[in-house]
Design a binder for this molecule. Structure first.
Ligand SMILES: [Zn+2]
Length: 442
């Protein structure tokens, strides 16, 4: 991979949406301020934002360098921080095409599992694949995700469900850092499901996670967070609390798949444990909303999952925001329930299906998502000193990101000053492709 540019200048931006001025989570009443500034350029040095100033100042600074690298002429486009996908299961093998088709024929979760599908088919597939193969499969998937404007990706283990394959997943994530310029955050999710060989002795699996897997993961330094799938029939509140209690004592950040299908008290547990995030929340109770609003735990909403599964409901995003909770968005990218990693599309769903305002959806996919993965001090905003995760969009207004749904709007994407998406000259023959979709202000 190429060394980071020494000096890079972004000039002629229509506007820069810097995000919040300060690090930290954003909640009501100020959280829809996208920090729009006009007439400024951005100077990048050795992968970090060095200057946010009028264009002529940035131009002068750039040309004064001993080794200026390149100028990005934004041609009036919008510039923002890279998006942060704070919940994915992006390291996996085969897709689950048959599950998708079966759901369309009206088959439910149990019928699909009985036919050999469901998460356990992904576990069997994952265990059979080599680490090299999993890395090779993840590289183009992450490259695609980067091309859509995402520069930070949280990735969970959880398809191994045994010591060695769980370590294989986390080692694969570590190796991917050498192949893609994105900032990858690794989460240990050994308690994603009870594997088939432990179905008659669940307690023994919880013990295995606590006594063997967690210490091995921590010893190897392979994870920043620990997550548990807390849901009736998967891991109970007590089991989740036991696992996360130990993970917290090891110094890992805590996350919880909570209240996805039933309001079982997962959100309350996450708040009580001081978890970084409680994720899904499709069935969160009123008490759960209050608990999150009174806590620093980020409510991570995954609207693509409910859409892909054909559910007619979404998590109560508006109620969470209005109650004062910190709300973030993510894709849940995984082969079963959300085989998509288009975070701007999640912003669309949040607006169209869950009643967030477009500016709120932007903050939820940047600053608040960064906070959910412990990175609010360094990602999700445009500010001097931060890594240069920058996206130049083929649009002029932040609200367009959630508006042109499903369209790949990112024009140039940089992660720590390194280009991860540069579509030209491949599309130059298409003429107008690559131009903003809204005419310039007259
Ligand atoms: Zn998940």
């Amino acid at each position: 991979m190429a060394e980071p540019s020494r000096r890079l200048a972004f000039l002629n931006a229509g506007a820069v949406a810097t995000g919040p001025a300060e690090a930290g989570p954003v909640r009501r009443p100020t959280w829809d301020d996208v920090g729009l500034v006009r007439g400024v350029g951005i100077g990048v040095e050795d992968g970090r934002i060095a200057l946010l100033a009028p264009d002529d100042e940035v131009g002068e600074w750039f040309h004064a360098a001993a080794s200026p690298d390149s100028v990005v002429d934004c041609e009036g486009r919008l510039v923002t921080a890279g998006l942060v996908d704070c919940h994915t299961h992006a390291v996996f093998g085969a897709p689950r095409l048959e599950d998708h088709a079966r759901r369309a024929r009206g088959e439910g979760y149990k019928a699909i599992a009985a036919a050999g599908g469901g998460i356990l088919s992904t576990v069997a597939d994952f265990r059979a694949r080599s680490e090299d193969e999993l890395v090779a499969l993840a590289i183009p998937r992450l490259a695609l995700l980067g091309s859509l404007g995402t520069t930070v990706v949280e990735i969970k283990s959880g398809y191994g469900l045994a010591l060695e394959p769980e370590l294989k997943a986390l080692r694969a994530i570590a190796r991917l850092r050498e192949h893609v310029p994105l900032r990858l955050v690794a989460t240990f999710l050994g308690a994603h499901e009870v594997p088939p060989e432990y179905r008659s002795r669940r307690d023994a699996y919880v013990q295995l996670v606590i006594e063997e897997m967690l210490p091995a993961v921590v010893r190897a330094g392979l994870a920043e967070f620990c997550d548990v799938f807390c849901e009736p029939g998967v891991f109970s509140l007590e089991e989740s609390a036991a696992i996360l209690g130990v993970a917290g004592a090891y110094g890992l950040g805590l996350k919880l798949h909570a209240d996805e299908l039933d309001p079982s008290g997962g959100a309350e547990l996450a708040a009580r444990l001081g978890a970084s995030s409680a994720d899904h929340l499709g069935a969160i109770s009123g008490a759960g909303i209050e608990a999150l609003a009174a806590s620093g735990t980020v409510a991570v909403l995954l609207p693509g999952t409910l859409m892909f599964l054909g559910q007619a409901r979404q998590a109560p995003a508006r109620a969470l925001v209005d109650a004062g909770a910190v709300v973030a968005l993510a894709t849940d990218f995984n082969p079963g329930s959300s085989p998509g990693a288009n975070l701007p599309l999640m912003m669309t769903l949040a607006v169209s299906q869950a009643r967030l305002q477009p500016e709120e959806a932007f903050i939820a996919a940047t600053a608040n998502a960064a906070h959910a993965v412990g990175l609010s001090g360094e990602r999700g905003r445009v500010a001097v000193g931060l890594p240069a995760d920058l996206v130049v969009w083929n649009c002029r207004d932040v609200r367009e990101l959630a508006y042109w749904y499903g369209m790949p709007l990112a024009w140039r994407v940089y992660a720590s000053g390194r280009p991860c998406h540069d579509p030209e000259p491949g599309i130059s023959s298409l003429g107008s492709v690559g131009r903003p979709l809204v005419p310039p202000l007259s």
